[in-house]
Design a protein around this ligand. Structure first.
Ligand SMILES: [Zn+2]
Length: 501
């Protein structure tokens, strides 16, 4: 797709109420977004489809909803407190702060050209690439600070202890310490009340593993599913809702007997790819990418990503593959770590075979915001069709699968008289009564009303006209083919329900 596709999608998303920048009237907040009236329906439909397919339709999966703030020791045991960080570097020339692992690589010792004060400002300077072997991504300079580890978890405090109060009280004591001692003492003070916003929902399933075994009579192989917000203080954010600091996850932890894990990994790896296809994402825009051995987290035995080809603006102008979901074999790492940290027995005892084991975990972890963005990008289409005067015009249409479309049907009275609005309202009420989300519109020419619904991705438009009064029929116009069919008023509800099932 060409470079400007993403621009058009962002513009449509704002114009039609899918995605807004957060706090926009205050100038916005970096990488924070809000879902408008159509966006919230789209995202809900995706999460509902996930829940129905992953929980309701499976006898071997149960749901869970954990609190976002958990005991801080959870993150110590999971490794997030010590290891969940990115190497952060400051450029001494332009003051840019960036991730070392994402910076442009150059051989140490080679000559580099950069701008005084960065970007386009000031005169050109020449320098040498430092021993770190990379340069500032903004100005190209090689005069960089040391790397320091920046933890991605958002820290806050819980309870009535205000760490600021304690720090203020300790100022004299702190002044006597050297820099290292000061950091340590401050760390101690803050740690007393520090809690973290969860960086993933998964740990909630691991720490509730025993509760669920004891309360639900589930036994391996079985899964625990959860959807909810997670938080990561990402240094680099980009591409609308693709990488943001606050995001919503749809995660399943599937517990299996060791030895059967490879089989279950293969099963979920394929099942998750098929899920996106079933909901209408085009096959050519989807792929499964297996991680190289060197990419794997130290606890993972295998991992694959479901990737979507996003029309992001980049140098190639063609778009790029981005991760929608990771499917990982996490082994027994997490349960073992929590068992060690708490002294609780997190093994499973199989009474029939008298076998005791700590289950292995297969984790399909999807992002609800990324999925929403992928469905939006994939649905976007422009079609050349003649307008009313017979001239070439472009029809912008979102070709959502009816199951995830924000609005399933629109109801239009052709004119605002002869009882047509009342008849339309009756049809609306019957649809809403059956849980079909629909929309009423009586303003403007019928052609324009159709176009507005095309841009919202509404699969069906029902028009009530003079014949409705005479023969008790309406026309149903289908979004993609634009074909119109006449059906009886009393058939409408069943007709639409069957199509959006
Ligand atoms: Zn720089």
């Amino acid at each position: 797709m060409p470079n400007d596709t993403m621009k058009k999608i962002v513009s449509l998303a704002k114009r039609r109420g899918f995605i807004f920048q957060s706090s926009e009237i205050y100038g916005g907040l970096k990488a924070c977004y809000d879902y408008g009236p159509l966006g919230v329906e789209l995202k809900r439909n995706i999460k509902d489809a996930w829940w129905r397919d992953m929980v309701h339709r499976r006898e071997d999966v149960v749901g869970l909803d954990c609190s976002i703030i958990m005991h801080p020791d959870v993150w110590k045991a999971s490794g997030h407190l010590a290891g969940f960080s990115d190497p952060l570097v400051d450029c001494k020339n332009c003051k840019e702060r960036f991730r070392a692992d994402h910076a442009p690589r150059k051989d140490a010792g080679t000559e580099t050209e950069y701008r005084e004060n960065g970007k386009q400002d000031g005169k050109k300077l020449k320098g040498v690439v430092g021993k770190q072997g990379y340069v500032c991504p903004v100005c190209g300079g090689g005069d960089l600070s040391d790397e320091r580890q920046f933890n991605l978890m958002f820290r806050t405090s819980l309870g009535s202890v205000d760490p600021m109060q304690e720090i203020a009280g300790a100022v004299e004591e702190l002044a006597k310490l050297d820099a290292k001692g000061r950091r340590e003492r401050l760390g101690e003070i803050i740690a007393k009340s520090a809690v973290y916003l969860r960086p993933e929902t998964a740990q909630g399933m691991f720490v509730n593993f025993k509760n669920i075994l004891d309360s639900s009579r589930m036994k391996p192989p079985f899964g625990i599913a959860q959807t909810g917000k997670s938080y990561r203080n990402e240094i680099t954010t980009a591409n609308l809702t693709f990488r943001t600091c606050e995001f919503e996850q749809m995660e399943l932890e599937f517990f299996v007997e060791p030895g059967t894990d490879d089989e279950w990994y293969a099963y979920w790896r394929n099942a998750r790819l098929e899920w996106y296809k079933k909901l209408g994402i085009r096959e050519k825009n989807l792929r499964l990418r297996d991680h190289e051995q060197s990419e794997l987290a130290h606890y993972a035995k295998a991992c694959a990503d479901v990737e979507y080809f996003f029309p992001f603006e980049n140098e190639s102008g063609e778009g790029e593959w981005g991760e929608l979901e990771g499917i990982a074999n996490r082994t027994d790492y997490d349960l073992k770590k929590h068992a060690e940290a708490t002294g609780k027995d997190l093994s499973y005892f199989e009474t029939e075979t008298k076998k005791r084991y700590i289950p292995y975990v297969i984790e399909p972890a999807a992002g609800a915001d990324r999925a929403t963005l992928a469905f939006l990008c994939d649905a976007y289409d422009e079609e050349a069709i003649p307008d009313q005067k017979g001239e070439d015009a472009v029809r912008t249409v979102l070709r959502f699968h009816p199951r995830i479309a924000p609005i399933k049907a629109a109801v239009f009275p052709l004119v605002k008289k002869d009882g047509l609005p009342e008849k339309s309202r009756e049809i609306m009420a019957a649809l809403l009564d059956q849980g079909v989300n629909c929309f009423y519109d009586q303003s403007g020419a019928i052609g324009r009303r159709y176009r507005r619904m095309d841009e919202a991705g509404t699969p069906f438009c029902i028009t009530v006209d003079a014949e409705t009064n005479e023969q008790n029929t309406v026309t149903v116009r289908e979004r993609d083919s634009m074909q119109q069919t006449r059906i009886g008023v009393n058939e409408v509800v069943e007709y639409i329900k069957e199509k959006v099932k």
